[in-house]
Design a protein around this ligand. Structure first.
Ligand SMILES: C[S@@+](CC[C@H](N)C(=O)[O-])C[C@H]1O[C@@H](n2cnc3c(N)ncnc32)[C@H](O)[C@@H]1O
Length: 303
């Protein structure tokens, strides 16, 4: 390992264990590295959705044996960029949080602005802003929440590389990165890392002070490491599709079996009817009344 490559620590190669659908996948190795070097006690996430980034932070802290609480905030209703969704999303996040991260993940449901009074100023080490992505939305979240971050802490902004479909975080990022120590990732829809106050961690100081050549190496290394996370995510998604297809196939097999049983039961009923008709036609009274039926058929038909 290149000793000068301060960004390549064992944690840079870690991947989370949960891969819910997310546009954040490729930042998982950086998330683990960041938890390692910053060692935050308190993290706040604005926008958790299915929980990818939240569980990536929580998993890294758990593997490091580092005590950390991440408050995961969301309305769990969705928005115009993430799409709107049902209660099953929160239920899925809650099931993982309660089973795997009972002491570190705290789910806070509600609008971000309603939850702001729960947190004291300067009480948070790392703030992750990943809610709505319009320019005004991101400014509102930043203005309302930046004071929760302590001096020496960090703010992450996701989607700073997106410029289509009304995304405007890039505009806010362009303003902020000029006045604060910062680092910009372009891959994975873009991730901005912004220092709040004095940078006290050696590795982070190096990150913010990196010259353009080093910054490019950092970007390309984390993009390469993130590509594996993307592959894992795709594999997890395919495994889920396969599980659902198998479930559907089992249901169809059950339905097929039921239809076969109904068809066999009907065949039994029809056989019984055939026997009854045969018995009737071969009975004495049927044969005796045969001439009458022949006369009836010979008579002209009247309308
Ligand atoms: C892009 S998603 C978060 C993605 C997540 N960080 C991940 O790793 O996949 C944005 C989420 O923010 C939530 N959201 C947006 N604006 C909100 C607001 N003002 N208050 C509460 N939740 C909000 C949406 O419900 C949505 O689930």
């Amino acid at each position: 390992m290149d000793q000068r490559a301060f960004w390549l620590r064992p944690t840079s190669y870690w991947l989370p264990v949960h891969f819910p659908v997310s546009a954040w996948n490729t930042h998982a190795p950086f998330a683990a590295w960041l938890i390692d070097v910053l060692r935050p006690a308190s993290v706040v996430e604005l926008g958790t959705h299915m929980g990818f980034s939240c569980f990536a932070f929580a998993e890294a802290a758990a593997r490091l044996g580092h005590p950390m609480v991440i408050s995961a905030l969301d309305s769990w209703q969705g928005d115009d960029h993430a799409g709107f969704y049902g209660e099953d999303v929160l239920e899925g996040v809650r099931a993982i949080a309660e089973r795997d991260y009972p002491d570190s993940v705290r789910l806070v449901r509600g609008w971000f602005s309603e939850s702001r009074p729960i947190f004291e100023d300067a009480s948070v080490d790392l703030l992750h802003i990943d809610g709505r992505h319009g320019y005004e939305d991101s400014v509102e979240d930043y203005e309302e929440w930046r004071s929760v971050v302590r001096d020496g802490g960090l703010i992450l902004f996701h989607d700073i590389a997106e410029r289509e479909r009304g995304f405007g975080v890039w505009r806010l990022w362009n303003q902020l990165q000029r006045v604060n120590p910062s680092f910009t990732f372009h891959h994975g829809h873009g991730l901005g890392v912004l220092a709040v106050g004095e940078v006290r961690t050696d590795a982070l100081r190096k990150l913010f002070d990196a010259d353009e050549t080093t910054a490019e190496r950092i970007r390309s290394d984390f993009e390469r490491l993130g590509a594996e996370a993307e592959e894992r995510s795709q594999a997890a998604s395919l495994a889920e599709q396969l599980r659902q297809s198998r479930l559907h196939a089992t249901q169809l097999e059950g339905e097929l079996e039921r239809r076969i049983q109904i068809a066999e039961a009907l065949r039994g009923v029809i056989g019984e009817r055939d026997r009854q008709i045969h018995d009737l036609e071969s009975s004495t009274s049927w044969r005796v009344t045969a001439p009458l039926r022949a006369v009836g058929r010979a008579l002209p038909h009247r309308d």
